[in-house]
Write a protein that binds this ligand. Sequence first.
Ligand code: DGI
Ligand code: FE
Ligand code: FE
Length: 195
Amino acid sequence: MDFCAERIIKQRLSSERASHSVRVLDTALELAEGSKIDLEKVRLAALLHDYAKEVPPEKMLLIAREQQLLTCAAEEAQPDLLHAPVGSWLCRSELGIEDEEILQAIRYHTTGRKDMSALDIIIYLADLIEPGRSFDKADELRRVCRQDIYQGLLMAFDLTICHVIERRFLIHPFTVEARNSILLKLAHKDIKTEE
Ligand code: DGI
Ligand code: FE
Ligand code: FE
């Protein structure tokens, strides 16, 4: 693809958010080490995952309504949740990205979803554990992710859901579906873990 994703986000996002995206890229490449995942897809999805993060909430709601991207009340109550689906849509419509795997990883990077692809998981976790994050248990989550990415994913959903409950926000149904999905897969041993 003949464009520079890094330049695009540096033009579009504040320097803090652009740096976050570059750290997400470095972390995502580390998580992808040893896997067969396409690193060019990792690169584009990581750099562009927050493409819509600085779109004003009213505009995000407008685009989401026009493009029928709204899926639940949590998104209307907290329009920041829409930066993921709206970002994915903008990456297709403004940047011409057509790769569905990249678009899906961007679309679900905030909530996760059931049956996440390897690319979805890497972007979701890299976003949470990049070195700039300093929430409680961030180091523990980094350690678990390095040991076993699926256990890391489960822990990430647990932490996110607890955080959302503490703030008395609505839990996004995709986050619940994503957690149930990975929990069932781990219970059925559909995926191998390091333990
Ligand atoms: O865009 P970033 O700040 O890099 O990170 P992000 O895309 O993961 O967005 C983080 C925000 O999303 C954070 O404030 C928590 C919120 N969030 C994640 N899952 C849910 C949620 N908020 C609600 N209400 N419900 C969720 O299930
Ligand atoms: Fe985000
Ligand atoms: Fe992010």
